[in-house]
Write a protein that binds this ligand. Structure first.
Ligand SMILES: Nc1ncnc2c1ncn2[C@@H]1O[C@H](COP(=O)(O)OP(=O)(O)OP(=O)(O)O)[C@@H](O)[C@H]1O
Ligand SMILES: [Mg+2]
Length: 258
């Protein structure tokens, strides 16, 4: 049974089928790529899976403890609680808070049972608080942001803000992480470093990752499987080698440097 199964998923915006009859499976511990030209429906697919939009048709099914749960129409916070976490194509940080606080807020969103303890300032609260800080610093270290923990998020260079976004998404301890163009706007050096990091976190945290990326070299290098979307439909699915040599894909990219 796949961890996440998408069946005949469709989203219509007026007359436009932004996502059309999409089937997709994500297995445990897989790093899967999602590519396609601008406007192909990649972000819309993330929005459907994470509850930002309700599907017009089709199903999003999550396997958890041997049971299958239907995510269609569930609220984003409920889907996040079930272990699906994402980053956004446009950076969404609390720019006037510190780097560390940005991570702690993301963790807190998962720590509702700690609310009573925190209001009453029970000993449990202080213990939990210090555990969370340690965990946040550990994540920042993995992403080489530990020296910036007390800086305001807005003062980080662009590439570091992108990395902080991923730290925030990981802070919720997701089962599945959805990354929407994490290398957008990065220089080649930063992109190469991020490629390494994505591979590392996928292994270290045993998570499943679906990665939207325009940088083909990044996708081809790190992904085990790749889905190609065009005009809202799946054009191809396969290993990087299969995708690279697929005539339909080459045509869709107009002979671009795949
Ligand atoms: N809320 C919305 N209302 C109407 N149309 C929308 C909405 N969101 C997306 N679309 C349209 O759906 C199509 C798919 O958009 P989407 O953002 O999913 O593409 P994408 O593959 O992520 O593109 P990009 O690579 O540029 O990020 C586009 O034609 C877009 O204009
Ligand atoms: Mg997009």
């Amino acid at each position: 049974m796949p961890l996440l199964e998408i069946k005949a998923l469709t989203k219509n915006f007026g007359g436009l089928a932004a996502v059309s009859n999409v089937d997709m499976t994500l297995d445990q511990d897989q790093l899967v790529g999602l590519i396609g030209p601008n406007g192909a429906g990649k972000t819309t697919l993330f929005n459907l899976i994470t509850g930002v939009y309700e599907p017009s048709e089709g199903d999003v099914l999550l396997e958890a403890d041997g049971k299958v749960q239907r995510l269609n129409g569930e609220k984003p916070y409920h889907i996040a609680d079930l272990g699906l976490s994402r980053t956004f194509q446009n950076i969404r940080l609390f720019k006037d808070l510190s780097v560390l606080d940005n991570v702690l807020i993301a963790m807190n969103s998962k720590n509702k049972e700690g609310f009573v303890a925190s209001v009453l300032r029970l000993p449990k609260f202080y213990q939990k608080e210090s555990e969370m800080r340690a965990e946040a610093r550990r994540l920042l270290e993995i992403f080489d942001l530990q020296a910036k923990a007390e800086n305001l998020a807005r003062n980080l260079p662009y590439g570091e803000q992108r990395r902080l976004e991923i730290v925030r998404a990981l802070a919720t301890k997701p089962k599945i992480l959805f990354l929407d163009e994490p290398a957008a706007g990065m220089n080649p050096q930063e992109t190469a470093e991020l490629t390494e990091l994505i591979r590392k976190i996928q292994k270290e945290f045993h998570i499943t990752i679906l990665l939207i990326e325009h940088d083909m070299s990044l996708v081809m290098e790190v992904c085990e499987r790749i889905y190609v979307l065009e005009y809202g439909r799946i054009l191809a699915e396969g290993t990087p080698a299969e995708i690279k040599s697929n005539p339909e894909v080459i045509k869709a990219y107009l002979g671009g440097d795949l």
